[in-house]
Structures are given as structure tokens and as C-alpha cells.
Design a binder for this molecule. Structure first.
Ligand code: SAH
Ligand code: SF4
Length: 367
């Protein structure tokens, strides 16, 4: 896609930045300098790029494309949730999840989400718009800066449905690999399933990236179509069998496995019989099921499953030969569930817990 001269610079390759500089009447090396300042140094403001001529710093022809960190919430386990303000004033969440040997950034792909899943805080507010490449890459840079550590993994499991924004999501994957040196295998796209988009994702990834090495995670959340439709209204237009057929086709085209996600809702979809039904569904896939104990959200009365029920569900799947992991609850005291921080802060009179919340950050000028 051809970018206009005043389009934000973040997200562009070194060659594209050289071309941009040349089109501005600048020497090409200015583009290379910009590349280093954007990706290596993570500069936020043109005025800080001290190697650039002063007139350019004072009236830049294009914004850098950085968002503004307007709030952060730090959980006791070190999980950091950032609220970022985009150029048009809308806000998104991004989360940094540290362990000893990795730092995972959970990025948003849209402002809000139109899919309306009942257990999801993001789904409650509908969709405002999709994010552009620079707005996705910025989230990774913002977490790197805030945590003073290089992210090793990126998961598209924040706000939004990545398969409704395929071009920008693949553009961001491309940039993360090319400009930040991340391995595509360390990147995971999570989708609840949008009819006809899985073949598009595979084809566009192969056309644009020349390979398709990122991991695809498909959110199932129920063992049958009836319950799935209750939890995920959009599933009414996507029969279970069709979704699984599309997954098989995706595996055939890309040579990559898919993994499946399953939120466990206490007494609703966590019965051993449902684990057996799920095992039947995913048999034949060389796949992995990631169980996610539900994080309660204010709007719904679903229950968090007890640890015993989680373990029994996992054991039942394992007894049928399914590879299973249980997602540890990270940052539960920092509004862990997707979309919660943003909804809490958008609501009038947010209650902030001073122990877990660093509160409003001082306002910083951005380009
Ligand atoms: N739209 C995509 C990716 C974003 S949601 C998808 O749905 O897959 C990322 C993950 O967070 C999904 O697996 C989703 O089911 C999960 N999630 C959303 N709300 C949650 C909650 N309240 N508790 C636990 N997991 C939740
Ligand atoms: Fe959207 Fe995913 Fe939330 Fe469903 S779970 S509303 S698809 S972000």
C-alpha cells in the first residue's frame, strides 16, 4: 500500500524511510537515521532527534506515529497494563507480561471489538475502529520502554478481532520481524473466527511475508454449536464444523499447527462430559488446547471455575491424548481481563487502588 508523505513514519522499513527522506528533498541517510531512532531508541518526539536539522525537528512533515501513555496499572506479579491514547484521542490497552525468561506483549488490533462475546469486557462497547500498523507496533515499543526490557513474544490477544484487520496485523508482524528483530514464531494471532477470513489470512501472509510462521490460536470456548452461540453471538453465522474445516485448510496451506483456546466458565462449560466432547472436536488436529479460567467482568454473572474443576477438565482432555496447558492468571489485581482497564477508566469516577495503580502519568508531548 502506498503511504502518503504525511502518514506516520513508524511501521515503515529502512528503505521506505530512505524513500520518504528523498521525497522530502533530504539525503537518504536521514531515512536510515530515522529508522535507528524509531526502532532502536524508541524516540517519541521529533524534538528529541538531536541529529536532525532544527527546522525539521521544529516543523516535521510527518508525525512519528507514537501514542501517548495516559495510564498504567501494575499488578503485584509484575504484569503491566498500559492505556494508550491514539492521535485521534481514542484509547487502547496493551499489556506486558514478564516471566524470568520472556516478556510477552499482549497487543490490541482494534479500538473495541464488534464481535460481542458475552464474557469479554472489550465486546461490551462495540467497535470504534481498527488500528493502523504504527498503532500496533507502538504498543510493543511502549511496553519495551515502560518495562526497560526487550519483548520476546507478542500475542494479539488484547482488544479487537485481528481477522477483521488482516492487512494492518500482517503489516505489524512484518515490521516486528524486520525492524525489531522479532522471530515470527514468537508471535501469536488469536481469533474467535470470522467466516471466510482464515483462507485470506493464510494467502495474504504467504503473499506479503513469503511465509506464515506465526502461531494461530482459535478461540472455541464451547464443545458444541449451541453453547458456543450463546457465548459468542457472532458464531451464529459460522457453524462449528465450518470453522474446524477452515482450520484444517489453514494447516494444509501453511504447514503450521493451530492451537485452541477455551475459557472455562464455572458450572457452564467446565463439566468433564464437555471436556470429552471438546476432545472429540479437536481430535485429528496436532493441536494444543489452552484453558483460560474466566476473569470476572463487571457486566456478567459468569463464575470463575474452581481450581479442582479446572484440573479435572484438563485431566479429562489429557486422558484423550490432547495436549493441554492452563493459562496462569496474570495481573488479576490490575484489571486482568481484556478491555477491563479501559472500561473502568472510561466509566465515571473510577476507583483506583493506589497499591496496584501508578495512576495518571505526567502528560508528555508527543509528535
Ligand atoms: N478477538 C480475539 C483476540 C482477542 S481476545 C479472540 O477472541 O480470540 C483474547 C483472548 O482473551 C480470547 O481467547 C478471549 O476469549 C479471552 N478473554 C476475553 N475476555 C476474557 C475474560 N473475561 N476472562 C478470560 N479470558 C478472556
Ligand atoms: Fe472481540 Fe475477542 Fe472480546 Fe470476543 S473475546 S469480543 S472476539 S476481543
Amino acid at each position: 500500500m502506498a503511504l502518503t508523505q504525511d502518514h506516520p513514519l513508524l511501521g515503515r522499513s529502512e528503505v521506505e524511510l530512505e524513500q520518504w527522506a528523498t521525497a522530502q528533498g533530504l539525503p537518504a541517510f536521514r531515512g536510515r537515521q530515522l529508522h535507528g531512532w524509531l526502532y532502536e531508541r524508541g524516540v517519541r518526539d521529533w524534538r528529541d532527534i538531536t541529529v536532525m536539522p532544527v527546522p525539521l525537528r521544529e516543523s516535521p512533515p510527518a508525525p512519528l506515529g507514537r501514542s501517548r501513555v495516559v495510564h498504567r496499572s501494575l499488578a503485584r506479579d509484575g504484569t503491566l497494563k498500559l492505556l494508550l491514547e491514539l492521535a485521534d484521542g481514542l484509547t487502547i490497552e496493551t499489556v506486558g507480561i514478564p516471566t524470568q525468561d520472556r516478556l510477552t506483549v499482549c497487543v490490541s488490533s482494534q479500538v473495541g471489538c464488534p464481535m460481542g462475546c458475552r464474557f469479554c469486557a472489550t465486546g461490551k462497547g462495540g467497535l470504534q475502529r481498527s488500528l493502523a500498523v504504527h498503532e500496533i507496533v507502538d504498543q510493543v515499543l511502549s511496553v519495551r520502554e515502560a518495562m526497560e526490557r526487550r519483548p520476546s513474544h507478542v500475542v494479539f490477544m488484547g482488544m479487537g478481532e485481528p481477522l477483521l484487520n488482516i492487512a494492518a496485523v500482517l503489516g505489524a508482524v512484518d515490521c516486528l520481524g524486520r525492524d525489531l528483530g522479532m522471530a515470527h514464531r514468537q508471535i501469536t494471532l488469536s481469533t474467535v473466527g470470522v467466516p471466510s477470513t482464515l483462507p485470506q489470512l493464510a494467502e495474504q501472509a504467504l503473499a506479503r511475508l513469503g511465509r506464515c510462521q506465526f502461531t494461530l490460536a482459535v478461540s472455541l470456548h464451547a464443545p458444541d454449536q449451541g453453547l458456543r452461540e450463546q457465548l459468542i453471538p457472532s458464531a451464529r453465522s459460522y457453524p462449528y464444523e465450518q470453522l474446524l474445516d477452515d482450520c484444517r485448510h489453514y494447516v494444509a496451506i501453511t504447514g503450521r499447527r493451530v492451537s485452541f483456546e477455551y475459557i472455562l466458565l464455572g458450572e457452564l462449560n467446565d463439566h468433564p462430559a464437555q471436556a470429552l466432547a471438546l476432545a472429540d472436536r479437536v481430535s485429528g488436529f496436532q493441536s494444543h488446547v489452552n484453558l483460560i479460567p474466566y476473569n470476572p467482568i463487571a457486566e456478567e454473572a459468569f463464575r470463575r471455575p474452581t481450581p479442582t474443576r479446572v484440573e479435572r477438565f484438563a485431566a479429562t482432555l489429557r486422558s484423550r491424548g490432547v495436549a493441554v496447558s492452563v493459562r496462569a492468571s496474570r495481573g488479576i489485581d490490575g484489571d486482568a481481563a481484556c478491555g477491563q482497564l479501559r472500561r473502568r477508566l472510561l466509566a465515571p469516577g473510577p476507583e483506583i487502588d493506589p497499591e496496584t495503580d501508578r495512576g495518571q502519568l505526567p502528560s508528555r508531548a508527543t509528535s
